[in-house]
Design a protein around this ligand. Sequence first.
Ligand SMILES: NC(=O)C1=CN([C@@H]2O[C@H](COP(=O)(O)OP(=O)(O)OC[C@H]3O[C@@H](n4cnc5c(N)ncnc54)[C@H](O)[C@@H]3O)[C@@H](O)[C@H]2O)C=CC1
Ligand SMILES: O=C(O)[C@@H]1CCC=N1
Length: 270
Amino acid sequence: MGMHTVAVVGAGKIGEVLLSGLVKAGWPVDRLIATARRPERADELRSRYGVRVLENAEAVASADVVAIAVKPQDAGALMAELGPLMSSDKLLVSLCAGLPTSFFAKYLRDEVPVVRVMTNTPALVDEAMTAISAGAHATAAHLSLAEEMFKPLGRTIRLPESQQDAVTALSGSGPAYFYFLVEAMTDAGILLGLPRQVAHDLIVQTAIGSAVMLRDSGEHPVKLREAVTSPAGTTISAIRELENHGVRAALLAALEAARDRARELAAQNT
Ligand SMILES: NC(=O)C1=CN([C@@H]2O[C@H](COP(=O)(O)OP(=O)(O)OC[C@H]3O[C@@H](n4cnc5c(N)ncnc54)[C@H](O)[C@@H]3O)[C@@H](O)[C@H]2O)C=CC1
Ligand SMILES: O=C(O)[C@@H]1CCC=N1
């Protein structure tokens, strides 16, 4: 690991998640480069991780893996600057939601390999879900290299690029839905008269316990839910309200909206 030099271009929230994961996994810091727009941000990244923070062009020149972690809306301007500096011996890894690898290819000379990934913020606790797709010119070796970068951050999966917008709606944005649920359920605890901290602790531990059971028991979620749901008991009363309020339909619509937004981000960049 770490025979490659990785430049994280646009080290904001998700770029920092990647940097910190690589540092924690023992990737040599002299093989990690970040770029940032603001000098204060550059100093912050230097002092937090001991990595080099360079100008974009220098970073690309010094790296053989260039990870693009700017917002999709900023990717066009960035690629106009960096595209001509990329050669076919460098790998471009896009972390951007929505943008297809063909978007990047437009700015690249022929044969520059592109890999598209969608990760998520639980990478900060080594529990990321990262989906990796090959774009044009990306070989098995390039996919392995992308896996090498993201495996220390959690789980990885290889998927066809056509599924990446759906992945973004599920696991990319997914942590936000769970945080939203925790927030709403904590409010419910307040309604029922519990102190906020107590309500928060009860719900967070319940979320962790439920997540570990989902992962480790191999049981279908319906089965796990049935085991909680006693005849004429409390749980079914709550489930009836969730169904009455269309929570299942809301989730179907919400994730579809996220997928559609990913498509819009791509359309705005073509
Ligand atoms: N936040 C998340 O959970 C996830 C974000 N993503 C993707 O990651 C990308 C970044 O998202 P965030 O980290 O949330 O946004 P962010 O705004 O925190 O980070 C983007 C960074 O890029 C910098 N930047 C913009 N243009 C630049 C340029 N020309 N040169 C150097 N730096 C430049 C900005 O200053 C900023 O620090 C997006 O494309 C998003 O779709 C993907 C998965 C999850
Ligand atoms: O909200 C967003 O657009 C990014 C992509 C997935 C998670 N955050």
